[in-house]
Design a binder for this molecule. Structure first.
Ligand SMILES: C[S@@+](CC[C@H](N)C(=O)[O-])C[C@H]1O[C@@H](n2cnc3c(N)ncnc32)[C@H](O)[C@@H]1O
Length: 216
């Protein structure tokens, strides 16, 4: 039996795939993934003193990239639940005082105040059942400072009627089963319900975007 919270979701990466996640991503992308991530994180315009949360932080690769923009006053807090990912994150960030990890689900209520200048969620939101995506938005609303930004690096949303049959097939049968539902949602309307709005969307390779969201 699966120990995953959502057995059908592919974002709860486990086992060999989780232990060698960065290697697999580099291989699948023919070596281009690190350059893509660097480019996307550069677009977050991280300031030296930013306090940043990384929701579903994985191996810590994004945390390290973000950390390279920070002064001693800035920090990155990863939130992660996968056992192997947690081990990789700890190993990769060992000895770096302003990177820390919280073993905490981001789709359950997180206690805290508005402490983050930026929150990144990279390739996690699409894989959650929709009601749990909404729980993430509640946490964003609660933890993001006024004027701060929530960055979603994930598959590009698109109106249902514009999604080709090939894209629909790939997103329903090959990618995580929740990903098709993610792309066809009306995210502007959903953000509005949480007092959030999109300030910028940058698209990479057509099917992937970095969406910057702020509080109204
Ligand atoms: C596809 S990986 C992406 C990792 C990383 N964000 C990246 O871009 O390389 C998804 C990650 O989200 C984590 N994750 C999935 N659901 C989560 C949840 N509810 N709370 C915290 N982390 C979660 C998984 O354990 C996994 O490490």
């Amino acid at each position: 039996m699966s120990d995953k919270f959502y057995p059908d979701s592919k974002v709860e990466v486990r086992g060999v795939e989780a232990r060698h996640y960065d290697f697999f991503m580099n291989a699948i992308s023919l070596g281009t993934y690190p350059f893509f991530l660097k480019k996307a994180i550069n677009k977050m315009l991280i300031q030296p003193d930013d306090v940043i949360a990384d929701f579903g932080a994985g191996s810590g690769r994004n945390a390290l990239l973000m950390h390279s923009y920070l002064s001693d006053k800035g920090s990155v807090v990863g939130y992660e639940i996968g056992e192997e990912m947690i081990a990789s994150f700890r190993k990769n960030s060992e000895g770096i005082p302003n990177i820390s990890l919280r073993t905490q689900r981001v789709d359950e209520d997180i206690a805290g105040e508005k402490i983050y200048d930026k929150i990144l969620m990279s390739f996690v939101l699409h894989g959650l059942p929709h009601e749990y995506r909404l729980a993430v938005l509640s946490n964003v609303q609660k933890l993001l400072k006024k004027g701060g930004s929530f960055f979603i690096l994930d598959y590009t949303p698109a109106p249902k009627e514009s999604v080709s049959s090939v894209r629909k097939f790939l997103f329903t049968k090959v990618e995580c089963p929740h990903s098709y539902d993610f792309i066809i949602r009306d995210w502007n309307a959903i953000f509005k319900e949480y007092g959030l709005h999109v300030v910028k969307q940058q698209t990479f390779m057509k099917w992937v975007s970095l969406i910057e969201v702020q509080a109204d």
